[in-house]
Design a protein around this ligand. Structure first.
Ligand code: GCV
Length: 724
């Protein structure tokens, strides 16, 4: 047996690069030897020496990354020197850490770059050619280092470099919905990466790799725990563990945040109440915060989910969300911490359209939050559906910093298996125009503070990271982690350009294959919308795990029922959110409101989100809404089929292991896209009573068959099955 394995390994080695087993662990931080001889020569000439001005932990991280990367890319490590002694030096540092950097005429340019910005310049130092990576603080140098490496990795030119960049949003955080028992809410990549049971003594090497990956894309905060919070993380035992994680992340510019369970003063402190205006409660939080900062001096602050989905909150004491948030803010302010207070609140006891509730709750509170509170708003008003209009709170709270919450983990978009590039999704949201201060008030400009001059800015992504070797459950889910970081840095960035970078860094620089994989990425979001929830349908996923289709589900709670959202009946389909219905459309500024409210102008991408229309209603394509649904469901499947074909063409450029994993998942995706189409169309057909035109594939089974399919709560292959 051993012998067979050895022979197989030797054969693989002989086959060379493309056969190398690759489980995806290295993410986009791959540094394979540059294969083009001319480029290799150019790069070698530009990187003969490494001059690191300073010895802080973050500069050391930059030096280590450069050493590892250049060794891989160029075949040998550049010599580390304290001064430039030959052509082709890479010089990194800050004016404070390095006399050499101080001596360069870059002070004016640096001034505009803030704490985290950087510049990269081709210069002459004592007549010798060098590339300088400089910043005001060490973290800027690390970000600049990764930007320079990106140049190498994407095979860009190193000639006459004159770049500078700085993040447009200050707080760029990953929210981990990770529980202390190691499970991850809505996680599809194994267990939590935080090994609470072995901390504080056991420090997983993954923490550092996690930090490297995040720093490479500019993420500067990690909320370690689930918003459905467990107060235990605030006990001294757990805070010791948190401190150890914070120590590993710190050199990479990442601050740690925790979720605060509102009732912790009762659960841990033995108080009778958690009323935010009660002096004993306020004192308890103040002492708790002091205790945290004694262990984690750069602690970022708290994220709070309150009075939502069963979580305790200030309304339990007849106080407002502002009262709750301000209590935490007061405890944190002297330490420089912030509160990220979530606006994801709704209740089935409130007899209002669920998508209106956050706005109704928070808009009247504008101006009543402390200076160190950010209100964290999900991208859309419902819950991370494949498509939603942007959340109407964006642009509606000029006096309160609103931060974005995106969901990187694809709870409603095929989870680990379906290939869906979220960059396109987020770009669509960020580019949406709120008209809050006239034309051009895009969501991006609201959250980066331009529109309302917010003093603080932030963006959060619900992490898709877990203990799987590939970190995110699938090779292509890694792209979503990457895209989140890049758009958090620059919310006006291009999803297409980000896709290109990621492909080049993760798979190949070969132009034909880059184009093919890019096509797959850029098609994928519209494909999933089409085969799951076309034309503005929403929340017709199965209850609980949200994996497959179940438009027929009618739950005790209307506001979590598919039937509540699609409102299909024999007369038509869709949710009337105009003045004749819930009037949610009135929460948007004019002219967005008018555009959505009017059937003549509403984009068909959100038609059924805002309108209930007869099955025979003619959509802009000229097809009836029924025929348009049939068309879209089929178009979604056709795109997945095309993606499979495209993937087959890149086989020679991709290692066997990752190729096979992606091919296997695309196979599942096509099957499940058909499942979605057939389940949805057989269900809606009961109401439309219209035929599926003969030119389309007909559903393979009757509706009852699809209604019997169940997925285990903890899905595992074989995945979802028909219950006999
Ligand atoms: C963490 C949705 C998800 C929940 C999640 C919640 C939230 O309802 O299904 O798992 O809870 O959003 O964002 O708080």
């Amino acid at each position: 047996m051993m012998r067979t394995l050895f022979v197989a390994a030797a054969m693989l080695a002989l086959l060379g690069g493309s056969a190398r087993a690759d489980d995806g662990y290295d993410l986009w931080l791959r540094y394979p030897r540059v294969s083009d001889p001319a480029l290799l020569a150019e790069y070698r000439a530009a990187a003969t020496q490494l001059v690191v001005g300073g010895d802080g932990p973050t500069l050391r991280a930059a030096r280590d990354e450069l050493t590892t990367a250049l060794t891989g890319l160029l075949g040998s490590a550049p010599a580390v020197r304290t001064s430039v002694t030959t052509d082709g030096a890479i010089v990194i540092g800050t004016p404070r850490s390095s006399a050499l950097i101080r001596s360069l005429p870059i002070a004016a340019e640096l001034r505009g770059l803030g704490r985290e910005g950087y510049l990269i310049r081709s210069v002459r130092i004592a007549g010798r050619r060098a590339i300088v990576v400089a910043a005001n603080e060490e973290i800027g140098v690390l970000y600049g280092t990764f930007a320079l490496l990106r140049r190498f990795q994407t095979q860009g030119s190193l000639r006459d470099l004159a770049l500078h960049d700085a993040p447009k949003i200050a707080l760029r955080v990953l929210d981990h919905w990770d529980n202390l028992d190691g499970s991850v809410e809505r996680g599809y990549a194994g267990r939590s990466i935080w090994r609470w049971d072995s901390l504080p003594a056991g420090i997983s090497p993954r923490y550092r790799d996690y930090a490297r990956a995040n720093a490479s894309i500019g993420i500067n905060g990690a909320v370690l725990t689930n918003v459905n919070a467990n107060a235990r993380v605030l006990t001294p035992e757990y805070l010791d563990k948190v401190a150890v994680v914070a120590n590993v992340l710190r050199p990479y510019g990442i601050r740690v945040y925790l979720t605060a369970r509102f009732s912790a003063p009762i659960e841990l402190g033995g108080l009778k109440t958690a009323d935010p205006l009660d002096p004993a409660v306020r004192q308890w939080w103040k002492s708790k915060v002091d205790e945290i900062y004694a262990r984690v001096p750069d602690f970022g602050g708290f994220v709070v989910k309150a009075n939502s989905e069963g979580q305790p909150g200030p309304q339990d004491y007849k106080r407002t969300h502002a009262d709750g948030a301000n209590m935490f803010a007061d405890a944190l302010t002297s330490h420089g911490g912030v509160v990220m207070w979530r606006a994801f609140v709704y209740s089935n006891e409130v007899p209002t359209d669920r998508v209106k509730q956050a706005y109704d709750e928070f808009k009247p509170l504008d101006g009543s939050f402390r200076e160190n509170v950010l209100v964290q708003v999900k991208s859309g008003p419902l819950d991370f559906q494949p498509r939603e209009p942007f959340h109407p709170l964006f642009g509606a709270m000029p006096k309160t910093p609103l931060m974005m919450e995106f969901q990187i983990t694809k709870e409603y978009l095929g989870q680990d298996t379906h290939l869906v590039y979220m960059g396109s999704y987020w770009e669509e949201v960020l580019r949406a125009d709120t008209y809050a201060a006239g034309k051009g008030s895009t969501v991006a400009k609201v959250i980066d503070g331009t529109v309302h001059h917010y003093a603080r800015t932030g963006i959060a992504g619900v992490s898709n990271i877990g203990s799987d070797r590939n970190w995110t459950g699938s090779q292509f889910n890694e792209a979503n982690w990457y895209a989140f970081g890049r758009l958090a840095w620059n919310p006006e960035g291009s999803a297409r350009a980000i896709a290109d970078e990621w492909i080049r860094m993760t798979f190949t620089n070969s132009p034909a294959e880059v184009a093919s994989i890019r096509l797959m990425l850029l098609q994928s979001r519209e494909a999933v919308v089409n085969y799951m929830t076309p034309l503005g349908l929403a929340h017709i996923m199965a209850t609980g795990h949200h994996y497959g289709p179940a438009p027929w589900a009618r739950l005790a709670r209307a506001d979590q029922s598919p039937t509540y959202y699609h409102r299909a009946d024999t007369l038509g389909v869709g949710f009337d959110r105009t003045a004749t219905g819930s009037n949610a459309v009135a929460q948007y500024a004019v002219p967005v409101r008018d555009r959505y409210a009017n059937l003549a102008t509403v984009p068909d991408s959100v038609l059924l989100w805002f309108h209930h229309v007869p099955w025979t209603y003619k959509t802009p394509s000229g097809r009836t809404v029924w025929d348009e649904l049939v068309f879209r469901y089929n178009a979604g499947i056709d795109t997945v089929r095309a993606m499979r074909k495209t993937w087959a063409t890149v086989k020679p450029a991709v290692d066997a292991e990752r190729f096979a994993e992606v091919a296997g998942f695309l196979d599942i995706q096509e099957r499940e896209a058909r499942w979605w189409r057939d389940a949805a169309l057989t269900y809606f057909q009961q109401f439309s009573r219209m035929p599926i035109p003969a030119t389309y594939e007909q559903p393979a089974h009757p509706l009852a068959y699809y209604q019997r399919i169940t997925c285990p709560a903890n899905r595992n292959k074989p995945r979802c099955d028909v219950v006999p």
